[in-house]
Design a protein around this ligand. Structure first.
Ligand SMILES: [Mg+2]
Length: 399
């Protein structure tokens, strides 16, 4: 079997782009990978194109051999765009190999360890602030709207949700990111502390006692501010507070300052990035982004986490392909806390990969079809192109 072509797709997913890689072969089998990232969509697919000469004409099945060749030639640009491009190709290679063998990807890794996986409703409220009209849901125009959203989460069977700092209003807004010194100082104004308490209370009131709540602070705060926010969150039934920080001891400072579980790591790559955080015991749950790390390296991270008595929580705010990929990973490791998924999304999300996912009691079944168990519908992908030069979605939002 030989690789004959590698094609990429940058799909308009409303307020962010999704990127996909198709690896085609002389035997008519195509493998698909996802390497979505809202920041540098055309940088990532451009890097995939740069890697094509290394791969065309080669047998796609020795996936690790091809992975380490790609790793070696991009070694001086570690992580970031290069890692995401390699991950998209590596994921497509696993899909291809498993399809050639007629088995699910988890079979190649000794799975399944589990039949089902608990998921949480991510960007709960956040996506409705950004694009409620596109999603086709009510706006977040009041704290009561947040309470109704909490009720909806519980009534649809989910047992956990994750939100960001969402400020109701007309229009509603999210807090964090943006531009200027105020954003780079990473402090937290007292009115935002008061708001966070009100927001978590409104969501909790609606979601009820059986739904755990996570709050994702992203990179928006320094440890002092993060601790203040965590201490407010302590009064609620928190799944975790999530915060991204590039210094392991600073994150440990946050963990030490609160009783709320801390989750982090979605922007880290490979064992070298994760190891200092594990050694510092700075997080309780480990985010790993599979479309950015690839399958094998994400699995490495999960197993290293296991040796530190930590569970992973795959980072997954992408298409159903990424969700299937994450379910396969969950099916091959023994230490999963919970899996992320976006429920509010663009109307074409289901048709992009051939249909809707079936939730049952806030869980998804591990897919059993060959490869990832779904296909990218290339016609749908081509019908929804994220135009070059549009920039990341959050640029327009934050100005
Ligand atoms: Mg996050």
């Amino acid at each position: 079997m030989q690789i004959t072509e590698i094609e990429t797709f940058v799909v308009d997913a409303g307020w962010r782009p999704w990127q996909f890689v198709a690896v085609r072969t002389d035997q008519g089998i195509t493998g698909y990978g996802e390497c979505s990232d809202g920041r540098n969509p055309y940088g990532i697919v451009g890097t995939v194109t740069d890697l094509k000469p290394l791969l065309l004409g080669r047998d796609p099945r020795p996936v690790e051999a091809l992975y380490w060749d790609m790793y070696r030639v991009t070694r001086q640009s570690p992580g970031g765009i290069a890692a995401k491009a390699i991950a998209g190709i590596e994921l497509a290679l696993w899909d291809l190999k498993a399809k050639a063998l007629g088995v699910p990807v988890y079979e190649l890794f000794g799975g399944p360890i589990r039949e089902r996986q608990r998921v949480y409703w991510s960007h709960c409220g956040t996506s409705r602030v950004r694009s409620h009209e596109l999603i086709g849901v009510p706006p977040i125009d009041s704290y009561e709207a947040l309470t109704r959203l909490g009720e909806e989460v519980a009534s649809r069977g989910f047992t956990a949700l994750k939100t960001n700092i969402v400020i109701p209003g007309e229009p509603a807004r999210t807090y964090g990111g943006g531009f200027g010194a105020g954003a780079t100082d990473q402090d937290v104004p007292v009115e935002i502390l008061r708001h966070i308490e009100r927001q978590l209370a409104a969501l909790s009131d609606g979601a009820g006692p059986d739904v755990e709540i996570a709050l994702d602070l992203n990179f928006h705060f320094k440890p002092e501010a993060a601790v203040k926010i965590c201490r407010i969150a302590e009064q609620f039934q928190m799944l975790w507070v999530e915060i991204d920080m590039y210094d392991a001891s600073a994150l440990r400072q946050v963990s030490d300052g609160t009783t709320v579980p801390i989750t982090s790591g979605e922007n880290l790559y490979g064992l070298r990035d994760y190891r200092p955080y594990f050694e510092a015991r700075s997080m309780d749950n480990v985010m790993v982004d599979i479309p950015w790390n690839g399958f094998s390296r994400s699995r490495d991270v999960a197993l290293l986490a296991e040796s530190y008595e930590l569970n992973i929580a795959p980072h997954n705010y992408y298409s159903h392909m990424s969700t299937h990929i994450a379910l396969h990973l969950c099916a091959t490791v023994p230490n999963v806390r919970i899996l992320e998924i976006d429920i509010d999304d663009v109307p074409w999300k289901d048709e992009l990969t051939g249909g809707a996912l079936e939730f049952e009691a806030g869980e998804l079944a591990i897919p059993t079809g060959p490869g990832w168990g779904l296909e990218l519908d290339e016609d749908v992908a081509r019908a929804h192109v994220w135009e070059p030069g549009r920039g990341p979605g959050f640029v327009a939002r934050s100005r």
